[in-house]
Design a protein. Sequence first.
Length: 585
Amino acid sequence: MAGQCSPYSGGIIKTCQVSKSLLARGLTSKTSHIYRPFHTEILKRFLRDVSRRPLRADGGDEERRGRNMGSGEHPQGTSALLEVDGLTVEFPGIRALDSVHFDILPGEVHALVGENGAGKSTLLKVLGGVHRPSSGEVRLSGETYRPRRPADALTAGIAVIYQEFNLYPDLTVAENVFSGREPFGRASRGIRYAEINRRTRELFAVLGVDIDPTATVGSLTVSEQQLVEICKALSVDGRIIVMDEPTAALSADEVAQLLDVVKRLRAEGRSIIYVSHRLDEVFALADRVTVLRDGKHIRTCDIADTDPDGLVRLMVGRDVEAVFHRDEVSEGAVVLELSGVNAGRQLRDISLTVRAGEIVGIGGIAGAGQPELSQVIFGALNVDSGSMALNGQAYRPRNPGDAMARGIGFLHEDRKAAGNLPDLSIRHNLTVSVLDKVRTGFGRLLAMAKENDVYATYHRRLNIKATGPDQLIGQLSGGNQQKVLLGRALAPGGRLLLLNEPTRGVDIGAKAEIHHLINDLTADGAAVLMVSSDLPELLGVSDRVYVMAGGEIVGHLTGPDRTEENVVACATTGRRIFSEELSQR
């Protein structure tokens, strides 16, 4: 029955430390050495092999559906390639996995879903040799599997593509792809750059992507960096490929490309463990799906025997409204106004308004200038011409410090590259936007009591799942990291919030919580400018929508004109739709 699933048996840190971390942010990664030698070997041979055979015209769906048994059981005569039996993983003060059962069959796409903090990433890190279980057993082809490091996982044929990027921003794309196994010339002993550039182009060609191998990774967009990671991971011939939120930062076209690659891998007999919060992807790809909640195995289902609502109920243990719909809006005074703003090549002739009590959405395809718009308002990008006004007064921030001093909160679209400080606690990550408020009366030391007050406020308000204020933010799940950064944006207590992709990488339950929080903030008089690439979110949460293309505003949609079709038409076809003009016709 649709919607039904059967059980599957089976002390204070000195202020100087904060400053140091802020300055060093993004230059190094504490854990990058763990994966660096291995990632580029993960799929290259594999993709070369895969590219030789065409995908079936029907994508193999009938064969896949034929394997589904309706109860999560194995087809007759099929043995599991990987089995997880009673797996428990404990960290100080927390049990991340509690007697979890899970398996995957040869040639199967097995989706793994659950709220942030459900234990999905922990399970993947056990399989990838990063964490060791406290108890339980993992078997690979019937043999006990106990990886002690990521190299062991790769040797055994398990390749993991982690959610957070592990790239060197100052190296080229090709140098990143072949890091640790660069070919050297016999005479010069230098790296054969022509060869790695050529081989990188071949890898991208298999993915249907055109990225310059000689470009530095730091110059790429978030979505392009994600594709580099996927290209690295797909360069080793593995029996089991694990993908942790692989499409979180990809455009619709890039998502479609990736889904095609996953289908090709399945047709080749590879097994895929696919972790995603996007249930449409789960239903498009998966043969079976396993639900985790609070570190426990809840159900394993054949995908043909459930539906999105059923999965959501299993994930969160309650009914959740899939699409948020705004309450009636009571518009207030204009809080922010831009008139003819130009900024380099990124923004041209931008004019818009945001009122108190209003959520204004910014949509468009990747690279249209949406993040740059919020950066201009936040003082991170200089304005060449045009004017801005904040609460009716001329506004021209010299830097983000000016913006925060005026009470503007900012949430970056990329929490790893420009958001969290992974080597600092949740408390310090929350309070970096309000350091003046949490200092002692003696110089510039930080007052722990004041910091803890900030933590207590947002821990409760945002339902952050953590062991306490001293836990490192890097130890949290991606969704809980996002909640901490949202708390940082709220902490200045201003009346204007600039939110870029506020629910990216967040599970459906946390997404609903964030949507209701934003709604409550505007009910108290806050003004919100929200950039989102999620169309249901953009249209369901926003009162008005501006659409951008090529650094310009090409649409302003209100009322009944606020539709997915109009957003897509403005963003992709050059068509201009302005509701105020339509109403005058």
